[in-house]
Design a protein around this ligand. Structure first.
Ligand SMILES: NC(=O)c1ccc[n+]([C@@H]2O[C@H](COP(=O)([O-])OP(=O)(O)OC[C@H]3O[C@@H](n4cnc5c(N)ncnc54)[C@H](O)[C@@H]3O)[C@@H](O)[C@H]2O)c1
Ligand SMILES: Nc1nc(=O)c(N)c(NC[C@H](O)[C@H](O)[C@H](O)COP(=O)(O)O)[nH]1
Length: 218
């Protein structure tokens, strides 16, 4: 692991066929028991990262609610700063530390809108977010561990540049299908199996009909 970046865990719940949401964006795949496990993990990391579409579609809180523990810093990758002021993330930014990562693509008016809220804005990248640069900036802020909670586009951003250490995937007992449903990893994907990072299966946990797989990079 490079010293210049925090420890990165990629986390998601998939259907048996590897989708993280249906074509309409319906994504509730975890059971209550699995959500408790997830919230426990949230309480152990310094920050959570999600992509702009996940905020738009799920309107998540990204807090620790199903167990006791501290809330991690919430970080949204939102190049143009288009997050809605009515989103739960913005509405609770006075209670839970929140960072919006933007790029140089952000307009002055969007930047001014964001500045009205008690959030930190980090500029990292020319067009989309330069994840490597962002991780370096987060490391400078003493953020040592990050849980990346999707979606598929963000996941590819981390995997493409080999910017992760662990993968925790819950396989949920559902079949989704559909070529336009969101997969665990979107983007262009690797052209050859040999391009894939090598992963070691660290543990398997069965939560009734859900399977939690924990892989680490070799
Ligand atoms: N089941 C699960 O575990 C799970 C987890 C998270 C999200 N989801 C689902 O996934 C769907 C959203 O996934 P998605 O792939 O459409 O979007 P996403 O949440 O990954 O957001 C992608 C967007 O982030 C922005 N972005 C900025 N910099 C980027 C960079 N360097 N790399 C990539 N993106 C960058 C871009 O605007 C891009 O379109 C939703 O339906 C959500 O419900 C499911
Ligand atoms: N592990 C996991 N299982 C799921 O079934 C699911 N939909 C997500 N999705 C991750 C994404 O980041 C979501 O938006 C938040 O899990 C919702 O977060 P809140 O409960 O609002 O805090 N993650």
């Amino acid at each position: 692991m490079e010293k210049s970046r925090p420890y990165v865990i990629l986390s998601a719940a998939t259907s048996i066929d590897g989708k993280i949401a249906t074509v309409t964006g319906d994504s509730k795949l975890s059971s209550k028991q699995d959500s408790i496990r997830l919230h426990n993990l949230r309480s152990k990391v310094d920050a959570i990262i999600v992509g702009k579409n996940t905020v738009l579609i799920d309107d998540p809180m990204l807090t620790v609610r199903y167990t006791r523990g501290k809330n991690p810093i919430r970080i949204i990758l939102d190049s143009k700063g288009t997050i809605s002021k009515n989103s739960k993330i913005i509405q609770t930014s006075n209670k839970v530390p929140t960072i919006i990562a933007v790029s140089n693509q952000i307009s002055k008016s969007n930047l001014d809108k964001l500045k009205k809220f008690p959030i930190e804005i980090i500029v990292a990248g020319k067009n989309s977010i330069n994840i490597k640069l962002l991780l370096r900036k987060l490391s400078d802020k003493k953020i040592k561990s990050i849980l990346v909670e999707g979606g598929g586009t963000i996941n590819w951003g981390f995997i493409k540049y080999d910017l992760f250490d662990e993968l925790i995937i819950t396989i949920s007992p559902f079949l989704i299908g559909g070529k336009n449903a969101v997969s665990l990893i979107e983007g262009n994907g690797f052209r050859k199996i040999s391009n894939s990072p090598n992963l070691r299966l660290k543990s398997i946990k069965r939560l009734k009909n859900h399977l939690v797989l924990n892989y680490a990079k070799v």
